[in-house]
Design a protein around this ligand. Structure first.
Ligand SMILES: *Cc1c(COP(=O)(O)O)cnc(C)c1O
Ligand SMILES: [Zn+2]
Length: 402
């Protein structure tokens, strides 16, 4: 059970038994903490988790926002496969390359992980109506989890968001507002709506629990890799490198937090994977700030990319992403739209995975880092495929015509 909420920048504590958005003093994200020392003393080990039969990320419920006796709002998210790539094509130069395939989630992207946690917590605190901006998949996931919880939901999306994402929300019967602008413009309208109508703002990292749901990717990876490499099950092992396509950065920040928690639980040591943050060349605020040696990012002008999940020109968690990358000894890189679409085709043709464009970008980054000698043949490398390619068929006009 969660015990406290603190601002990730200034450290100010906030009451976890009340609805919270950002820090009331500095406006930065709030992060939850747990009594990990007590969980450790009580014998909460990887074996206990392995023995559980439930097929969702709620098998990690001790480090998730769940009230005593509460049933989570779940659609069976998490426990996605870690797939080992065959040594052919672009993957031939890697001995231990894996794809964590988040397409297997409900609503076909890893946004489901965040929403199961956020909606579960909002339900516990009596929320009836939520709202959020979405560049694509967050809207559909929020719509479905709100429906599962019996809540009303308002989704604000750029008017050129992929049709699959818009249709998904409309099918769920939620209020969809298409806005001429980007996700940050949508975010402003959501804030106004929340103030006016009393909706709860579910914007990522402006709500403390989506990151908690997404952090379970870090926990799962340790179990997955230990199993995939036939290691002894008592001690968990993390990969040498994780390659992550970042928009708001919630998954990357969440995994970094999970590793810290796992160390405090005694499940891993102080070793960490190198975190590689990938953005589209047409929208790369974090890469720009990282390369300039800055702590915070500036709004990326004229943001444009077909990888809609990466079309986030400004992110409230910017400093947390940059910190994690630096502390891990990782790096940041950009991939052009042409290259990331090429990456989608490669993974489909060579590995049998129809990944989303964001996943195509992560894969292309892995290839480039290997070519440059930054990654070695024997490194264990995990590429994140954050969603299904089937939501993006509009990007494959050539293939559509046959
Ligand atoms: C939202 C999204 C991302 C970016 O995720 P963050 O954790 O917010 O950085 C990447 N890929 C897809 C498919 C997404 O929907
Ligand atoms: Zn603060």
């Amino acid at each position: 059970m969660h015990t406290a909420l603190h601002c990730a920048l200034c450290g100010l504590p906030h009451d976890i038994q009340k609805l919270q958005n950002v820090c009331t003093s500095c406006g930065k994200p709030l992060l939850a903490s747990y009594d990990l020392a007590r969980l450790r003393a009580d014998g909460w080990t990887p074996e206990v988790v392995r023995r559980r039969t439930e097929r969702s990320l709620w098998r990690f419920r001790e480090v998730l926002p769940l009230e005593e006796g509460q049933t989570p709002v779940t659609l069976g998210e998490g426990q996605t496969p870690l797939l080992k790539c065959a040594r052919r094509g672009g993957a031939a130069k890697f001995a231990r390359l894996y794809v964590k395939d988040e397409a297997a989630n409900p609503t076909a992207s890893f946004k489901a992980r965040g929403m199961t946690a956020a909606i579960t917590r909002a339900a516990a605190l009596g929320v009836k109506e939520v709202a959020l901006p979405s560049a694509g998949n967050a809207g559909g996931a929020a719509a479905m989890y709100a429906s599962a919880a019996g809540m009303q939901c308002h989704v604000y999306m750029p008017d050129d968001t992929p049709a699959a994402n818009i249709v998904e929300c409309r099918v769920a019967g939620v209020d969809v507002q298409l806005i001429r602008g980007l996700i940050n413009d949508c975010g402003k309208l959501v804030r106004e709506g929340c103030e006016k109508h009393g909706w709860f703002d579910l914007s990522t990292l402006k709500e403390p629990f989506r990151v908690e749901g997404k952090k379970t990717m870090g926990y799962e990876l340790a179990f997955d890799l230990t199993d995939a490499e036939g290691l002894s099950a008592g001690k968990l092992r993390l990969p040498d490198c994780i390659i992550y396509p970042a928009g708001g950065g919630t998954g990357l920040i969440g995994m970094w937090k999970a590793f810290d928690e796992m160390q405090q639980l005694g499940w891993i040591g102080s070793e960490r994977p190198k975190m590689v943050l990938v953005q589209a060349a047409g929208c790369a605020p974090i890469v720009t700030a990282y390369e300039a040696g800055k702590e915070f990012a500036e709004l990326f002008p004229n943001a444009s990319t077909v990888a809609s999940g990466l079309r986030v020109p400004v992110a409230v968690g910017d400093f947390l992403m940059i910190r994690a990358v630096r502390q891990s000894g990782g790096t940041c890189m950009t991939i052009s739209d042409a290259d990331l679409l090429d990456g989608v085709r490669e993974l489909a043709a060579e590995q049998g995975l129809f990944v989303c464009p964001e996943g195509g970008a992560a894969w292309k980054a892995a290839r480039l880092l290997r070519q440059r000698g930054w990654l070695h043949e024997d490194d264990s490398v995990v590429v994140f495929n954050t969603g299904s390619g089937l939501k993006y068929t509009h990007l494959f006009g050539t293939e559509a015509q046959g």
